[in-house]
Design a binder for this molecule. Sequence first.
Ligand code: MN
Length: 741
Amino acid sequence: MPEVLIQKEEDKRLIQRAYRQLLRSIKSPMDPDDRRNIRMAYELAVEAHSKQRRKSGEPYILHPIEVARICAEEIGLGPTAVVCALLHDVVEDTEVSLVDIRQKFGERIAKIVDGLTKLDSSFNSESPQAENFKKVLSTLVEDVRVVLIKMADRLHNMRTLGSMPRHKQLKIAAETTYIYSPLAHRLGLYAIKTEYQDLCMKITDPDAYFEIARKLQETKRDRTRYINEFIKPLTRQLDEINVPYRIFGRPKSIYSIWNKIKTKKVPFEEIYDLFAVRIVVDIEPYREKPICWQVYSIVTDVHKPIPERLKDWITTPKSNGYESLHTTVVGPKGRYVEVQIRSERMDEIAERGFAAHWKYKGSSNQPDVYEVWLDSVRDILENPNSDALEFLSDFKTNLFNEEVYVYTPRGDMKILPKGATALDFAFSIHTDIGYHCTAVKVNNKLVPMGYKIKNGDQISVTTSKNQKPNESWLKMAVTGKARSKIRSAMKEERRQQGELGKEALERKFRNLKIDFESGVETLVRYFDFSSRIDLFYALAKEHLHLHEELKHFRVEGGKLIEIEPEKRPVEEPAPADKVVPKRTRKKFTGRPRLLVGGEPADQYNYSFASCCNPVQGDDIFAYLTATAGLKIHRASCPNATHLMANFGYRIMKAEWLETTDTTFVADLKVTGIDNGPGIIERLTHEISTNLGVNIRSFNIWGDEGYFEGKISLLVANTDQLNLAIRQLQNLEIVSTVTRIE
Ligand code: MN
């Protein structure tokens, strides 16, 4: 058989195997129509994608099949979602049109596929991520399934990122961290969120990832032994309740362990809560609460509880639907162990969130948390004034944060995002109450409007007809609702105040016989105002003097024509989409050699970002700033996620070309035991004499036997830096050495 045919046979086997696996994974009931639709979608997709392959070389169709399997098996979605997942890339990438899909599968499926296609094309385009995010959310309120399928799509792409070039991997990881993972969290898709985080970390911090993974593997046996020791004394009493239950130890994710290492600044070996013990009871909804508390009582009879760690999310679930009883107890060997107690229903909701929530709709007497949340999403989306970036930051503070529970004077509970203020509370009651808010009392005491509300506060608002919002309110409000209302009030205010400016301009233009519309447009563009309201306002407030400004123009055929463009009072910002090569090529002596976008970087105006100080050998990328040329950042820079997610189109690939004698600044934080004089000498001796590394600056402070120092080193590359870190760590007076981001 010719090779091509062998390949074809091989592909066919792969595809059919994947399809059979998909069918097995669908757990929800199907009628003959569902079966027929799935078969039809499969055949259509196979045919449509038949000429495409993925980056890894495998047939493209394996991707939609796998996305459909994730929808069914890992998210728990039904046949409709499976059909849509199979078709999700068909309209975007192939000849098949939406009309075809509507004809074959009907309106409902066509709508979802259309949503997915729109999301897809916006993600591939150059438009900033904030815009994309807005689109994701608009589809979310229409049909949540679109976003759930998109989550599965993203998950499969993340799992198979290996064959992508490095800078693409970084960009996709940033986007996932910025948008998908918080969204997954918000929708309660805990399992997916955790996997996103781990997969992202594997890309941005591979060393740390694999090290923790290895250590987890090495300590697995000890852990299992410990968990068994912990569980054993519980089982007899648990059996006596006479309710089916599961009890097991559950490892925490690599990402969350890493976070702990970073925030607590302790090594892996000193983290004991690498796992939680979970007890899941299988019980009818009305007995859930008493049985869970009975289990709690058994656990705390055997192992001593830490009272302040008790969290009751059964009585008051988290706003993403999470229900569970958490406690931390002192287990054998005095180690703290977290115990999670919940029912099977709660467990499924905890793992799959939104997707599982339908299944149990109405079975618990909790308010429908998702409906409440989707309403607030709608609220934010409906505000036409905010631009995309504003919207995104509103969104991130409002809808992804934890919340606080507060009460009105009548005792009604209100849920607001953590960090919300008294003014936010006023707006959450009613827009008018917000507008006219003059004073706020919390628990009967007067507080400033910017007071950050706390759980359990009882809040009352005093209003006055004469009160109205002003600029400073924006500093006191954090919720999207309040901020957008204040902004539109401000805008209206500006518009009113600008009326004078507008009238003056109308008069002037009439005298000079200039067409009003075209004249205004010319001036708005000339000054780079974002709207004509701003122009009128600037004129009314005399920030601009018409008489002076018009000197730069002449009038021709009723239009304003600019005379001397170089005399522009406002500098035109550099075009974002183009890298402007330096006109005069400077000689960069002693600078590290870099490639940006595969080209020698010398032709660009570039510099190293001071937020993360990259060192030769670090994983890096280039970011095109609006005014300062290219900035080189470390891939692990704290700003990287934000930059890549929002300004993906400004990111360029950057790599080190060769080793030179250039040096880089790297900052280290060193802590340790201050056992008398001579610490500075010992540290500097180690660095400069023993290693021959230059010190740029050195600060040290401390008391009572403890010191903390910041050392700026000039190093040639990461190898030298890591060596310095290791050597310092080996000194017995030093307890930690960390590179400052
Ligand atoms: Mn896809």
